[in-house]
Design a protein. Structure first.
Length: 284
């Protein structure tokens, strides 16, 4: 009896003892999660970049710590199953993948962010500070930054000119920033592989085509995987728009002809009526 009481007392007291830093780190390493929205937010490494990183890590180990966001399930769109805290991988997806492949250890750092938009903004700032970015990459990341900031301000009074602020930051004009935003939207309608090839310069696609792609209905452009598909999708969209415009024009012409025909016609009215009938015939 005394032995059971002693065991319960020990158990109760040890439950209240906080985890050591080492135990906490080990716990977080086992529990942190990867969410697709953040993993796919930044373009993946090219095959050459991935192989280079892998060789560096095998030679020198994982020197840079993985960045972990301590947050709530609701903040990342997860159902709260009783856990008040979740740990989300923010930076280091490629390093983590390689660590799992070769059973390598790594360090972590906990960071605080206001929300997921703040996380994305931090990720973009890191990308924009990289050296040797291609012009396409610079345009893409500036555009993502604009779209991210605009999204974070949805529902709020429009008191900030986002394009102006970013134009000042990057020493370009507002028109460039807005075009970058469309470029980013268009690129995000491509498969990750094609997007990476376009950004690295491996695959050449007219920037104007990517911008045009941004205006196409998303449901029509899931997983475009080749330049040929981009061109076909844009052409199909243009054809559809022309068809819609023609339908509107035909309806307007028919209404005008009916209006003219119901009134008394003089010579001038007859000429106008004939002109509209001829125009209508061209659409039919």
């Amino acid at each position: 009896m005394k032995k059971d009481i002693f065991k319960k007392a020990i158990q109760k007291n040890t439950e209240a003892i906080p985890l050591s830093l080492l135990e906490t780190e080990t716990k977080i390493k086992k529990e942190f999660i990867i969410i697709d929205e953040l993993r796919d937010f930044i373009s993946p490494l090219s095959k050459e970049e991935s192989e280079g990183l892998e060789q560096d890590i095998l030679k020198d180990g994982i020197s840079d710590p993985l960045i972990i966001w301590e947050t709530t399930p609701e903040a990342v769109g997860l159902e709260n199953t009783g856990n008040k805290t979740v740990y989300v991988l923010v930076d280091g997806h490629n390093r983590y993948r390689i660590s799992q492949k070769y059973n390598l250890d790594f360090r972590i750092i906990l960071r605080s962010y206001k929300d997921i938009q703040d996380v994305k903004d931090s990720m973009l700032n890191k990308q924009l500070n990289r050296r040797n970015l291609t012009p396409e990459q610079i345009s893409y990341y500036r555009g993502l930054k604009y779209n991210n900031v605009v999204k974070s301000q949805e529902g709020l009074p429009k008191t900030v000119n986002v394009a102006f602020n970013l134009a000042e930051e990057f020493k370009v004009n507002e028109k460039t920033i807005r075009r970058d935003a469309e470029f980013a939207k268009g690129l995000n309608k491509l498969t990750p592989e094609l997007r990476q090839d376009v950004l690295s310069g491996k695959t050449k696609v007219n920037k104007s085509d990517i911008v045009s792609l941004a205006k196409v209905d998303t449901t029509e452009t899931q997983e475009l995987s080749s330049p040929q598909e981009i061109v076909k999708t844009i052409a199909r969209e243009k054809t559809q728009k022309i068809g819609e415009e023609n339908t509107t024009n035909v309806s307007d012409l028919e209404n005008s002809i009916r209006a003219l025909a119901t009134n008394k016609l003089d010579k001038q009215a007859c000429l106008i009526l004939l002109e509209k009938i001829n125009t209508l015939m061209n659409y039919l």
